[in-house]
Write a protein that binds this ligand. Structure first.
Ligand SMILES: C[S@@+](CC[C@H](N)C(=O)[O-])C[C@H]1O[C@@H](n2cnc3c(N)ncnc32)[C@H](O)[C@@H]1O
Length: 191
């Protein structure tokens, strides 16, 4: 939606780095296992923002396609990739109603929730492909200030992925600080 693009351009434009330059701690924690299990090196970063995770994956040998609606975030991602000396295919896409084409050995979804897109993210996985998900869960404090549509319910992420053909390798709900999250590592079934 155009309003998302405007909102996120403003957020990214107001700070040097909105979510920092380092990769997400969960991705950092799991990168060894991901590299071991992913059947190949094609990766898709859903709502990549300023590209901190896209650049990190490219540095670990993945060929990364990174999608986001914010041209300000994407411009910063392109600059970061250039500074790091890696190639990332950053694309400006509105993910609402978007059809993911192609197959990926790794799909990551950090700090973004579009429930309707999740089945397409799973479908985009190659056999044995890995999906990493980490986003905010609802809490009383967050519900006062956030749109509930963007917050996961307790146990919700696990329930969603239990419906898909594959294995949940890790699921945890983390309560650190003011931003409770749910994290998951899913592996697509082999035919
Ligand atoms: C909290 S940021 C997360 C960025 C990144 N995943 C990370 O963890 O560093 C949420 C991102 O979702 C993107 N976004 C919001 N609505 C979108 C939409 N409809 N289509 C594509 N991207 C969208 C925003 O532009 C923003 O970059």
């Amino acid at each position: 939606m155009e309003s998302d693009r405007i909102k996120w351009n403003r957020r990214f434009g107001s700070e040097d780095s909105y979510l920092g330059e380092r990769p997400s701690p969960f991705l950092l924690q799991e990168i060894g296992r991901i590299r071991q299990l992913a059947p190949g090196r094609r990766a898709l970063d859903i709502a990549c923002g300023e590209g901190r995770n896209s650049v990190f994956l490219a540095q670990h040998g993945f060929g990364v396609t990174a999608l986001d609606i914010s041209d300000t975030g994407l411009a910063r991602g392109r600059r970061r990739a250039e500074e790091a000396g890696v190639d990332v295919d950053f694309q400006q896409i509105d993910l609402e109603g978007f059809n993911i084409s192609g197959q990926y050995d790794l799909v990551i979804n950090f700090n973004f929730l579009l429930r309707d897109l999740i089945p397409a993210e799973v479908q985009a996985l190659s056999p044995g492909g890995i999906l990493v998900f980490d986003t905010i869960r609802e809490s009383e404090a967050l519900l006062a200030s956030h749109n509930p549509a963007y917050l996961l319910g307790t146990g919700e992420l696990r329930r969603i992925f239990e419906e898909f053909s594959g294995d949940i390798l890790l699921y945890e709900e983390v309560n650190a600080g003011e931003m409770p999250t749910a994290r998951l590592l899913f592996r697509m079934a082999f035919p």
